[in-house]
Every structure is written in C-alpha cells, then in structure tokens.
Design a protein around this ligand. Structure first.
Ligand code: MG
Ligand code: MG
Length: 251
C-alpha cells in the first residue's frame, strides 16, 4: 500500500533528508587516498548524534554499520573497513537516518583522487540517470516511467542497470511501497500522485548487470568485477512535479 503524505509530513521528511544530505557532503569532503571507510562510518555516526538523528541502517535486518561504503566493484551494502582508499578508486556512500519519526535516505558515488576516464563517465551517467528518473515522477505519470527513463539513459551510454535491487517509498518506514525498479517498459505500474515520497536509486554497472552477494551476507559485487556506481535522492511528488528533499550542494 502506498502511503500518501500531507504537506506537514513532507516537510518532516525534508528535514530528515537535509540531515542526510549535510552529513553526506561532509563525508564527501573527507574522501581522499589513505582515508579508510570505517573512519567515514564512525564520522557519520558522530555527525548524526550531534543532530539527534538515529542512523537508519545500523541494525536494519542485522546490517552492522551506519554507512554503506561500496568500493569499485561493490554495488551496494559494502561494509566499512580499515583498508585505506587508494588513488583511482570510486566509493559509493549510502546513508540514512531517522529523525522526529521520519526517514531520510540518499547516496552518491565519489572519486578517490584521480580516476580513469571510464570511471568518471560511469559516475556521470549514473547521476544523470537519477535525474532522468526524477523528471518522470509527476502526477498522473506511471511508476515505470521512472524505471524506463533510468534504464534508457544508462543503456544508451553502454552501461547496464542492476536489477535485483530497487528504489522504494519512504516515510515513517525506511522502505515502503512502491518498489521502484531501474528498468522496465514505460506506462506500467501504479499511477503517480501528489503526496508520494520516493527514494529513487539507480545502481549502474560498467559491464554486465549481474550481481552476487559475498559471504558476509550483505556486500553486493558485480559478477564480472566491473565497476559500479550508485546515486539516490528522496523526492516528493507535488502538484507542480517532483521536489528533491535530499538536495546537496553540487547535486
Ligand atoms: Mg540509500
Ligand atoms: Mg534507499
């Protein structure tokens, strides 16, 4: 069941997402060769604590950390570690919090120092695909219009979308209906309405779309070891169209 939110609830979801956005911006500014992702995880907890926000992922179905830190061929749900990041890596950071009863959820992929042209293009296309999807989150549109816009942009660039993970509704729960695949024909699925709050999150692979899960039960990696990127925004559908609630400086 898709839960429609009142303007007051959307304001609260925006507040939660602004906390997430601010923390992700600070984490991004800390990313450089030599820094480890466990440090970034611990910093995310400290920053959330200062804002009286509860990290949303720690303990969620047993996930042991507050930050999902997915390096290079890791797609999503990477465990933070003490292994230092190195020049040329790409790092996807997915972070969420609960504040005043409502969740925020957003993700981005960043370069560690100088990266390859191919990695830079993967990041650019994935971010663009997110915004192509967001553009389709309009009243009277259909859910799969979002999915189709993401897939089309990604595949036109020669990359592939991950199919086993999806975006989702968000509000008083971290994951609500509807599920939002990053692929599909347009014009299908539920009709989009003002009051829907959605976390749209393309995960894009440099090569094939297949993914496998490591022995830790969480870390998703590309099957062919190609790179993977991930961007996510929480948005609200309003009468006037989509509004991004997790806006950061620089997108
Ligand atoms: Mg997320
Ligand atoms: Mg999400």
């Amino acid at each position: 069941m898709v839960i429609l939110k009142s303007p007051r609830e959307i304001r609260k979801i925006r507040t939660s997402n602004q906390i997430v956005a601010e923390i992700l911006s600070i984490l991004e500014s800390e990313v450089k060769p030599g820094v480890d992702t466990l440090y970034l995880n611990n910093l995310s907890e400290e920053l959330a604590g200062k804002r009286k926000a509860k990290p949303a992922f720690k303990g969620y179905r047993g996930f042991p950390y507050s930050l999902c830190a997915s390096v290079n061929e890791m797609v999503v749900h990477g465990f933070p570690s003490k292994k230092p990041l190195k020049e040329g890596d790409i790092l996807s950071m997915d972070f969420g919090i609960l504040f005043d009863g409502y969740y925020g959820d957003s993700a981005l992929t960043v370069a560690v120092g100088r990266i390859s042209e191919s990695a830079r293009r993967l990041i650019k296309i994935t971010k663009e695909a997110l915004f192509k999807g967001i553009e389709k989150a309009i009243p009277n549109g259909r859910l799969s219009d979002i999915s189709h816009a993401v897939q089309s942009h990604v595949e036109a660039a020669g990359f592939s979308v991950v199919r086993i993970f999806v975006g989702h509704g968000i509000g008083c729960s971290l994951h609500e209906d509807p599920q939002i695949p990053n692929f599909g024909k347009p014009g299908m699925g539920i009709q989009l309405k003002p009051g829907m709050t959605l976390a749209i999150e393309p995960m894009v692979n440099e090569k094939g779309s297949d993914v496998e899960i490591l022995e830790d039960g969480w870390t998703a990696v590309t099957k062919d070891d190609g790179l993977s990127a991930h961007f996510e925004h929480t948005i609200a559908i309003t009468d006037k169209g989509p509004v991004i609630l997790s806006t950061r400086d620089g997108g």
